[in-house]
Design a protein around this ligand. Structure first.
Ligand code: SIN
Length: 194
């Protein structure tokens, strides 16, 4: 799978005759909502876990110094909370460009807070994409995040804004919170060293 997934995503779904589609966001799509939507609702999906295992060469890092951003890894029994948006299919023309560094659209069943379900689309960067970095100790992930920055800003901002949004949603994402805590340690060690 090439790192640029725009063409793959455009060939994946035919939206003919469809007025609106649910999109499930679990990373920056929770807090950076730079696209129009018709409706927004907190939701969750089952059997997927959020992990900082995807490289970011275009938003929160560079080809020389990639950042780390989240993708979803299959994990039976896991629950991943996020935000669902009902959008016009046209919005995917923009989102496919924004999420082009390895993410493919998959369909998923979302559960809203009132227990009702709906089918939606979710962007997942699978491990066969060129930008996939994979598992690493959470302290090492924090150190990489502390150093990386790209056209969309500092990688640390991505992590901190995501952690803040997950707290607001009531998601107990131990992985994200552990990396956030390591990031604070990296920052205070840097101060101490100076
Ligand atoms: C998402 O937010 O749903 C996908 C990953 C990202 O853009 O951070």
């Amino acid at each position: 799978m090439p790192a640029n997934t725009i063409d793959h995503n455009r060939a994946r779904y035919n939206f003919d005759g469809i007025d609106s589609v649910w999109l499930f966001g679990y990373g920056s799509l929770i807090y950076k909502v730079d696209f129009p939507y018709l409706e927004q609702r907190p939701a969750s999906i089952r059997d997927w876990a959020r992990r900082f295992w995807q490289g970011s060469h275009d938003h929160r890092g560079t080809p020389e110094s990639p950042g780390r951003v989240v993708t979803l890894i299959e994990q039976p029994g896991a629950v991943c909370k996020g935000m669902a948006y009902r959008v016009s299919p046209k919005v995917f023309e923009y989102l496919d460009v924004r999420e082009k560094n390895g993410y493919l659209r998959f369909s998923t069943t979302m559960t809203f807070d009132n227990g009702s379900h709906a089918e939606g689309l979710v962007y997942i960067a699978t491990e066969d994409n060129e930008a996939f970095l994979g598992e690493a100790p959470e302290a090492d992930i924090a150190r990489q995040i502390a150093l990386a920055s790209g056209p969309s800003g500092a990688n640390s901002e991505y992590l901190l804004r995501l952690a803040e949004s997950l707290r607001a949603l009531g998601d107990d994402c131990c992985h994200t919170f552990a990396i956030e805590s390591h990031l604070h340690n990296v920052a205070s060690t840097d101060c101490f060293d100076r």
